[in-house]
Design a protein around this ligand. Structure first.
Ligand code: CAA
Length: 289
C-alpha cells in the first residue's frame, strides 16, 4: 500500500492524513472545496510543527510528511489510491452520496474504508460497488496522539481487506481493537452514553459544568472532564451517535439528553463553533452554565 486517499479534511480526516504522511505513505486529501482542503493542510502543518517542538519528530520528518501530502479537489485523483478512507460528516445519506460518486473512479483493487464512529458498516458497504473490500477503520481524536484504531468488518468484508487494514494500522504505529458491527462499536458505545449522562447530571442540576468536569478528572482520572470532551468531539457528533444508539438498540437508556439537543439546535457545537459547555472566545474556556 503506497497511496492513501482521504475524503474529508476536517478534524478526523486531517488527523488521518497527518499520521499516514508521517508513516511514509503518499496522501491525496479530498474535500468538497479547495478551501476546506487548504484549512486541513494548515491544521496538519501546525500539528506537525507542534510535534517537532516537543521532539516527537524531527524537522526533516515534518518536511518529508508535508511533501507527501497532495490536495485532491478533483475526485478523479482518488483513482491513484490503493485505499481510500472516508472521514466525512457523520451522516449516512452524505456518506452514501460520496460512495456513489467515487466508486466509479476508484482502482479495482482499491479498499474503501469509513471512519464512521457509529453507523452500520454492513449498511454503508451495501451502498458501494465493493462490499468485500469495505470496512470500518475508526480513528480516535486527536489522531496523532491517540493510540487506538477500531477495526470493524461488515458482513461481506473479506479476509484480505481486513488484513490490509490491520497492516496499515501497524505501519501507522497504532494499536487495534476489533469490534463487531453493532451501533457505535466499542469505544463510543461506552464513551458517548457516559458523556450523555454527564449532560443529564448538568440538566438535573446535580452539578455545574466545572464541578462535573473536575469530579471526573480528579475522581476517575480522566484526562478531560466529560463536558470538555463533548465540546472537543463536537456536540453534533455526540448527538448523532446517541441517535444511532437509540434507534439501533431501541432502549430508552440511550435517549439523548434534551439539553444536548438544545445546544445543537442553538448551533453551540463545542470547540469548533467557539461555544458549547464552555465559551472558547477568551484565553481560557469559561463554563456556559
Ligand atoms: N496533533 C499533534 N499533537 C497533539 C495534538 C494534535 N492534534 N493534540 C495534542 N497534541 C500533543 C501536544 O502537543 C502534547 O504533546 P507533548 O506532551 O509532547 O507536549 C500532548 O499531545 C498533550 O497535549 P496538551 O499538552 O495540549 O494537552 P493535554 O495534556 O491536556 O492533552 C489530550 C490533550 C491528548 C487531547 C488529552 O486531554 C486527552 O487525551 N483527552 C481525551 C481525548 C479522548 O478521549 N479522545 C477520544 C475521543 S472519542 C473519539 O475520538 C471517538 C469518536 O468517534 C467520537
Amino acid at each position: 500500500m503506497k497511496t492513501i486517499g482521504i475524503i474529508g479534511a476536517g478534524q478526523m480526516g486531517s488527523g488521518i492524513a497527518h499520521v499516514c504522511a508521517l508513516a511514509g505513505l503518499n496522501v491525496l486529501l479530498h474535500d468538497i472545496n479547495d478551501e476546506a482542503i487548504q484549512s486541513g493542510l494548515a491544521t496538519i502543518s501546525g500539528n506537525l510543527a507542534r510535534q517537532v517542538s516537543s521532539d516527537k519528530i524531527t524537522d526533516a520528518e515534518r518536511h518529508a510528511a508535508l511533501e507527501r501530502l497532495t490536495a485532491a479537489p478533483d475526485p478523479q485523483a482518488l483513482g491513484a489510491a490503493d485505499m481510500v478512507i472516508e472521514a466525512a460528516t457523520e451522516n449516512e445519506a452524505v456518506k452514501q452520496a460520496i460512495y456513489k460518486a467515487i466508486c466509479p473512479v476508484l482502482a479495482p483493487h482499491a479498499i474503501l474504508a469509513t471512519n464512521t464512529s457509529s453507523i452500520s458498516i454492513t449498511r454503508l458497504a451495501a451502498a458501494t460497488d465493493r462490499p468485500e473490500k469495505f470496512l470500518g477503520v475508526h480513528f480516535m481524536n486527536p489522531v496523532p496522539v491517540m493510540q487506538l484504531v477500531e477495526l470493524v468488518r461488515g458482513i461481506a468484508t473479506d479476509a484480505a481487506t481486513f488484513e490490509a487494514a490491520k497492516g496499515l494500522c501497524d505501519k501507522l504505529g497504532k494499536e487495534t481493537s476489533v469490534s463487531e458491527d453493532f451501533p457505535a462499536f466499542i469505544v463510543n458505545r461506552v464513551l458517548i452514553p457516559m458523556i450523555n449522562e454527564a449532560i443529564y447530571v448538568l440538566y438535573e442540576g446535580v452539578g455545574s459544568v466545572a464541578g462535573i468536569d473536575k469530579a471526573m478528572k480528579l475522581g476517575a482520572n480522566h484526562p478531560m472532564g466529560p463536558l470538555a470532551l463533548a465540546d472537543f468531539i463536537g456536540l453534533d457528533v455526540c448527538l448523532a451517535i446517541m441517535q444511532v444508539l437509540h434507534d439501533g438498540l431501541a432502549d430508552t437508556k440511550y435517549r439523548p439528553c434534551p439539553l444536548l439537543v438544545k445546544y445543537v439546535e442553538a448551533g453551540w457545537l463545542g470547540r469548533k463553533s467557539g461555544k458549547g459547555f464552555y465559551d472558547y472566545s477568551g484565553d481560557e474556556p469559561v463554563p456556559t452554565r
